[in-house]
Design a protein around this ligand. Structure first.
Ligand code: DX5
Ligand code: ZN
Length: 222
């Protein structure tokens, strides 16, 4: 599967969001990951639809919107209107999973389920055929800059194995603590869409950081 890189804008210079997005586009990133937190589902607050729309206007990258919301169903239309290409939401959220996936597709976006570290792989199995993306959190959601949890590697493999068994090839996305070393481990386990915040925005040369991460993951795939 093609390796895709999605820098997480949460780790950027927030006073210059548009410019940061454009720099990542020029650096060869495939998408821009936008973390939406409601202060309830996770103990942090971040961005909303208006800021997402502004980011969409400012840079040409497809937006990968990660909803860390108790009731994602209620806000789907706002984020679709804001220009989201992909909307992912948590399997642990209160909205009915099936209806939420259907609603995302009806709005013309790609859909994905996200699993917190404690949620087993099997939770997504019944929904795999309707997920363009499955995201395995490799940290507890809520904050950037945390340490990758190696225990999640077996979950990544379990999702990839089951997808193959069902004849499906969704993007398997990993989020949290991804750098060249952990990207390699995640890609070897079956992940192909890598979210990285601090490891990319913490570098001076974005193009070099993006290609290094991509090369590390590609090498591990073979
Ligand atoms: C955490 C967010 C992540 C975060 C990743 O809740 O979902 O997208 O920005 O940041 P790093 O790569 O620094 O762990
Ligand atoms: Zn995220």
């Amino acid at each position: 599967m093609e390796i895709k890189i999605a820098p997480s804008i949460l780790a950027s210079n927030l006073a210059m969001l548009g410019e940061e997005g454009r720099r990542m586009q020029a650096a060869g990133a495939d998408m821009l990951h936008v973390d939406i937190m409601d202060g309830h589902f996770v103990p942090n607050l971040s961005f909303g639809p208006a800021l997402t729309a502004a980011l969409h206007r400012a840079c040409g990258l497809a937006l990968d919107v990660h909803l860390m919301l108790c009731d994602p169903l209620r806000y789907l239309q706002d984020f679709a209107k804001a220009g989201a290409a992909v909307i992912t939401f948590h399997a642990e959220a209160d909205s009915p999973l099936s209806d939420t996936l259907d609603a995302i597709h009806a709005l013309g976006c790609r859909a994905g389920l996200v699993l917190k570290p404690a949620t087993p792989a099997e939770t997504v199995f019944p929904y795999l055929s309707r997920c363009e993306t499955v995201m395995v959190m490799t940290v507890e959601p809520g904050f950037g800059g945390q340490t990758f949890m190696p225990d999640m590697l077996s979950k990544i493999s379990a999702v990839r194995r089951e997808a193959l068994r069902q004849g499906l090839s969704p993007d398997i996305e990993v989020d949290g603590g991804i750098d060249c070393h952990t990207a390699q481990q995640a890609a070897a386990a079956g992940a192909n869409l890598l979210v990285a915040g601090s490891a990319l925005f913490g570098e001076r040369d974005y193009a070099k950081a993006v290609s290094r991460l991509r090369a590390a993951a590609r090498a591990a795939q073979k």
